[in-house]
Design a protein around this ligand. Structure first.
Ligand code: SF4
Length: 310
């Protein structure tokens, strides 16, 4: 750990009535949240605002990334009613923008794509006017699984690149690849002209400023339009250590750099996470143009049939 916890990472723990309400809704509908599983530092603030990021397909992941506190193992979760419960939770929370994430389910033939698509459709059906952001694993870059999710028309499609290429072997489960992550984002762009393509990067794992810049260039070249850049914080002693506390000034510089590199929306800061205040992009002209204009429905590009080489 790089010395004392810096003052910019100290902040009051939000509490109060709404936190309790959000908790009741989540627990009442037997839902998992990444807020809890990943021990997110923003849970107090988000739940106090009445928002939460639901994690579908259970709370056991088939992968084991070194930075992640989501339990890894052999999932047993199998509940076809979950999509409808997620839709009800969104309605109960009155969310205008629902962020849904998922564990990796390499044990399922479609990687869980059908269940995820069903969740997106259920939320849209029960909550007209609510936009859906889906944060997914990589489905082993299977085009069919990706098509299945995108055909459910999430407004925002997100796959987190998480870290720079050099650190992938140490930080990401071996089934992930840096190139595969870029290919997945590019495939999503090619297949769904309407969806906003998003990714997120954690800093403080030992990356250099040049590596961050190169990763942003690669993401931009892969048609990623929205980028979130935040400070990695060690959830527990079992996860990899923090190597550096990146200063708020450095984050500001990365945010400006992202705009210089052509991202339509970029947010960088110590507490930034991909689902943190994610509704803010929807207030931009870029998103209004994209989500509004596309109602006309331009033709969809055909995805290559063969499996993407990692
Ligand atoms: S894929 Fe990695 S980051 Fe995602 S839930 Fe599983 S272990 Fe965590």
């Amino acid at each position: 750990m790089p010395g004392k916890f810096p003052e910019w990472l100290r902040r009051p723990w939000a509490s109060g009535e709404t936190v309790g309400l959000t908790k009741d809704i989540v627990e009442g509908l037997r839902l998992h949240t990444v807020c809890q599983s990943a021990r997110c530092p923003n849970i107090g603030e988000c739940w106090a605002k009445g928002t939460a990021t639901v994690m579908v397909l259970g709370d056991t992941c088939t992968r084991n990334c070194a930075f992640c506190s989501v339990p890894s193992g052999k999932p047993t979760f199998d509940d076809a009613e979950e999509p409808q419960r997620v839709a009800e939770a969104v309605r109960s929370m009155g969310l205008k923008h629902a962020v849904i994430t998922t564990v990796a389910r390499d044990d399922l033939p479609d990687g869980g794509a059908g269940h995820i698509a069903g969740t997106i459709r259920a939320v849209h059906a029960l909550n007209p006017g609510t936009t859906v952001e889906i944060l997914v694993s990589d489905f082993q870059n299977e085009p069919g699984a990706l098509r299945c999710v995108l055909d459910a028309e999430p407004e925002i499609f997100c796959h987190n690149i998480e870290t720079v290429q050099r650190l992938y072997p140490a930080i990401r489960d071996r089934r992930f690849s840096y190139g595969g992550a870029l290919d997945l984002l590019r495939m999503a762009r090619d297949y769904s002209p309407r969806a906003i393509i998003k990714s997120a990067l954690m800093l403080g794992l030992g990356e250099t400023a040049q590596e961050v810049e190169t990763t942003l260039e690669h993401l931009s070249a892969a048609s990623c339009e929205v980028i979130c850049i935040g400070q990695y914080l060690q959830p527990s002693q079992r996860q990899t250590e923090v190597r550096e506390f990146v200063t708020p000034r450095q984050f500001e510089d990365y945010e400006s750099l992202a705009y210089e590199l052509g991202f339509a929306f970029a947010v960088a800061g110590p507490f930034v996470r991909s689902s943190y205040r994610s509704e803010e992009v929807l207030e931009t002209d870029f998103a209004r143009r994209r989500l509004g204009a596309a109602e006309a429905g331009p033709e969809r590009a055909q995805l290559p049939a063969e499996k993407i080489q990692r």
